[in-house]
Write a protein of this length. Structure first.
Length: 158
């Protein structure tokens, strides 16, 4: 049986308000996650993340998304990976949830990507997706941790 989700938690040396901006503002998202980002930060808002994959054999990935939760500065969630030509909803997409909690002078960030088991993909495709995204989240959350700490250390950012 294919697992349903990927879960990661990282501690970031930056306050919650800084991490919130880094996770939800398009100009910040492009510093640690996607190469391009568009986002309407409201429930039901649309967005697009573009991963150019330069220097690899892979074609760019354009990932439309729908925001399902935007409760500053503690909860942000969106749906993506839905079939082209459809709108992401609970029956056809994967859910990505970010939860931010203060931890002393830093932030605990939990990311859960779930709903893979319910997708209308083969088990092999689900397994490939999970492996790719596990590796991706590890890389991107490391980049986020470094970037957010740098932003927090910049006096103009506070």
């Amino acid at each position: 049986m294919v697992p349903d989700s990927i879960e990661r938690e990282v501690r970031i040396d930056a306050p919650v308000d800084v991490v919130w901006r880094v996770v939800t503002e398009p100009d910040q998202i492009t510093q640690w996650f996607s190469d391009r980002a568009e986002l309407e930060l409201r429930e039901g808002g649309d967005g697009v993340l573009t991963f150019l994959n330069e220097g690899t054999e892979y074609q760019p990935v354009v990932a439309p998304l729908v925001v399902v939760r935007a409760e500053a500065p503690h909860a942000f969630a969106y749906r993506w990976s839905h079939p082209e030509g459809t709108r992401a909803d609970g029956s056809n997409s994967v859910l990505v949830e970010f939860t931010l909690r203060p931890d002393g002078d830093g932030t605990l960030l939990r990311v859960v990507e779930s709903g893979v088991a319910a997708m209308a993909w083969t088990d092999a495709a689900k397994t490939r997706y999970l492996e790719d995204h596990r590796h991706g989240w590890d890389q991107h959350l490391g980049d986020l941790r470094t970037y957010a700490a740098r932003v927090a250390a910049t006096p103009a950012a506070r």
